[in-house]
Design a protein around this ligand. Structure first.
Ligand SMILES: Cc1cc2nc3c(=O)[nH]c(=O)nc-3n(C[C@H](O)[C@H](O)[C@H](O)COP(=O)(O)OP(=O)(O)OC[C@H]3O[C@@H](n4cnc5c(N)ncnc54)[C@H](O)[C@@H]3O)c2cc1C
Length: 301
C-alpha cells in the first residue's frame, strides 16, 4: 500500500479537512483504548462508504471499518492504513414492514424509528450498542434473538469492489458469526423484515429490553469478551475460576458480570489483552475448555 497515493486519492473525493492523520482510535472505541490510525475518515452516506473503500482497494489496501467500536480491541500501536468510521445512517420504511437501513445506522435509533412506524420485531436491537453493518457481520443479538432472523438481504461491497445483494440464507449466519465476518467484506445496507405491531406494544417491549440492560456493568467495556462455549456460559466459567475483580493495569474483570472487562480509566489495550490471556489460560486449566474471543482484534498485535 502506498499511503501517500491513497491520501491523495481520498483528497480528490472528500474535502481534505475530513481526512485526518494519526487519529487516536481510543476516542472512537467503547473500551476507550487503542493507538492511532494512519488515515481516518468519517463517512455519512452509503455512497461515501463505498467510495472510501474503493479508493483504498485501488491501492491494494483493505481499510478497517469501525462502527461504534463496541466489539473491538484496537492495539496500542494503532491501525496502519485507512480507518473508516461509518456513520451512513439513512433509514427507509417500505411496504410489508420491511426496513432498509444504511450500515452505519445506530441500532437503538433504528429500533425506536421502527416503533414509531408500527414495525415490530426489532426491539431487541435497542440494547446492543453498535451499527447495523457490524451487527449483520457479527450476527449480533441477545440470548433469545439474533439479527440474522431479520435479515432479508444485505448489500455487500466485495473485496474487489463489486456491490452485490446477498440473501439472508447466503450469509451463513451462526452464533456471533457470518460469512462476512470471515471474508471481511463490507456491509453497505441491510434490508430487514419486521412484523406488524401496535406502536404502544412495541414501546413496552423496548422498555423491557432496556430494563434488562440495567443489570449489566456500566463503564467502558466491549460487552461480552468471550463467546459462550456450547452448553455453557463464559461468565459462569470465569466466575468459577474466581477471577471476578482481577485487575491488570487499568483493566479489570467486572464484579457484576465476569464476561465483561472494564477500563478503569487509564487502561491500555495491552492490559485488556493480558487479562484476556489470563482468563483463557485459567479456564483451560480448570475446565479444559478453550474460550474464544467474541471481540475482534484490530491493528498490529
Ligand atoms: C455494553 C455492551 C453490551 C453489548 N451487548 C451485546 C449484546 O447483547 N449482543 C451482541 O451481539 N453484542 C453486544 N455487544 C457487542 C457489540 O455491541 C456488538 O458486537 C455490535 O454489533 C458492535 O457494533 P459496532 O458498530 O460497534 O461494531 P465495531 O466494534 O465497530 O466493529 C465490529 C467488527 O465489525 C466490523 N464492521 C464494522 N462495520 C462493518 C460493516 N459495515 N461491514 C462489515 N464489517 C463491519 C469491524 O471492522 C469489526 O471487525 C455489547 C457491547 C457493549 C459495549
Amino acid at each position: 500500500m502506498n499511503l501517500q497515493r491513497l491520501q491523495a486519492n481520498l483528497r480528490k473525493i472528500f474535502d481534505p479537512d475530513r481526512l485526518l492523520q494519526n487519529e487516536p482510535l481510543a476516542k472512537h472505541c467503547n473500551w476507550r483504548v487503542g493507538g492511532p490510525a494512519d488515515l481516518f475518515i468519517t463517512v455519512r452516506t452509503a455512497d461515501e462508504l463505498t467510495q472510501a473503500v474503493r479508493a483504498a482497494q485501488a491501492q491494494s489496501h483493505k481499510p478497517t471499518i469501525l462502527g461504534f467500536g463496541a466489539n473491538v480491541l484496537v492495539s496500542d500501536k494503532g491501525i496502519r492504513g485507512l480507518v473508516i468510521l461509518n456513520r451512513a445512517h439513512r433509514i427507509s420504511f417500505q411496504q410489508n414492514h420491511v426496513v432498509e437501513a444504511d450500515s452505519g445506522t445506530n441500532l437503538a435509533v433504528l429500533a425506536k424509528e421502527a416503533a414509531k412506524q408500527g414495525v415490530g420485531g426489532l426491539e431487541f436491537l435497542i440494547g446492543i450498542p453498535g451499527t447495523v453493518g457490524a451487527a449483520v457481520a457479527v450476527n449480533a443479538g441477545t440470548r433469545q434473538q439474533w439479527i440474522s432472523i431479520l435479515v432479508e438481504k444485505a448489500l455487500v461491497l466485495t473485496n474487489n469492489g463489486q456491490e452485490t445483494w446477498l440473501m439472508g440464507d447466503e450469509l451463513d449466519f451462526s452464533y456471533r458469526n457470518s460469512k462476512l465476518k470471515q471474508s471481511g467484506e463490507t456491509v453497505i445496507t441491510a434490508r430487514l423484515q419486521g412484523k406488524p405491531d401496535e406502536p404502544l406494544n412495541i414501546e413496552r417491549k423496548l422498555k423491557e429490553e432496556l430494563k434488562v440492560r440495567k443489570t449489566q456493568p456500566t463503564g467502558p467495556s466491549a460487552g461480552s469478551v468471550f463467546t459462550n462455549p456450547p452448553g455453557d456460559f463464559a461468565g459462569r466459567l470465569i466466575e468459577a475460576c474466581e477471577l471476578k475483580g482481577l485487575q491488570i493495569g487499568g483493566a479489570q474483570i467486572s464484579e457484576m458480570h465476569a464476561n465483561f472487562i472494564l477500563n478503569l480509566g487509564d487502561a491500555k489495550a495491552g492490559d485488556m489483552k493480558e487479562v484476556i490471556e489470563k482468563v483463557k489460560s485459567e479456564v483451560a486449566k480448570k475446565f479444559n475448555i478453550q474460550l474464544e474471543e467474541e471481540i475482534r482484534y484490530l491493528g498490529e498485535w
